[in-house]
Write a protein that binds this ligand. Structure first.
Ligand code: FMN
Length: 186
């Protein structure tokens, strides 16, 4: 059966490292008949969560009417979710944090997922040319969305990404990302 993949680019750079890495995974997935949708968070109208808990009490209705409504409709049916974030000041970008907060609509009052379990791939890029330095944070953050039904399948961290074409120039990495896309489509 074909898989539905919803991916989020959390970098402001449309053609940067996050975008290249996500596109590469999706290429592999599309070639294996997955249905893929990519959202460039920075280019969308997504407001901050207001912390009103209305979504919690109403089974997932958010008071903010913006681009999240369409996104949530897609997420309800997704099998796999990919969230790509550049590391900004040792954490996810503000775009990704805003998205994560707004995903609160996917859980109920008892913190059970409203729309079942989906595989989550968290993909990070960062500038420092040192592997593993954000591993503690990345591990911690990977579990943050489990109550929304986004169950961590894989964390990917790509270091040394100060130049925007770093991922594009790394053929071995591109191949690995493509293979991951193939794998998750099965
Ligand atoms: C405001 C800001 C903060 C950053 N903070 C960090 C950091 O704490 N550690 C790090 O290694 N790189 C840091 N970087 C570098 C980014 O992680 C890097 O430029 C990004 O991952 C590249 O991905 P992109 O091409 O998709 O934008 C920072 C960049 C910016 C603009």
């Amino acid at each position: 059966m074909s898989k539905k993949i919803v991916a989020f680019v959390g970098s402001p750079h449309t053609y940067g490292n996050i975008s290249t890495a996500i596109n590469q995974i999706l290429e592999g997935a599309k070639n294996n008949k997955s249905e893929c949708i990519t959202y460039n968070i920075d280019k969308l109208n997504i407001g901050y969560c207001r912390g009103c808990f209305v979504c919690n009490k109403t089974g997932g209705i958010c008071v903010i009417k913006d681009d999240m409504q369409g996104i949530i409709e897609q997420l309800k049916e997704a099998d796999i979710v990919i969230i790509g974030s550049p590391i900004y000041i040792c954490q996810v970008s503000a775009q990704v944090k805003t998205l994560m907060d707004r995903l609160y609509v996917l859980t109920d009052e008892k913190h059970n997922p409203l729309y079942g379990s989906k595989k989550l791939i968290m993909l990070y890029t960062y500038g420092a040319p040192i592997p593993y330095i954000f591993n503690k944070y990345i591990k911690y953050n990977g579990n943050a969305l489990k109550y929304m039904g986004l169950k961590l399948y894989k964390n990917i961290a790509i270091y040394g990404c100060y130049e925007r074409d770093k991922v594009k120039r790394n053929r071995t990495l591109l191949k690995k990302l493509n293979s991951l896309g193939v794998k998750i489509s099965k």
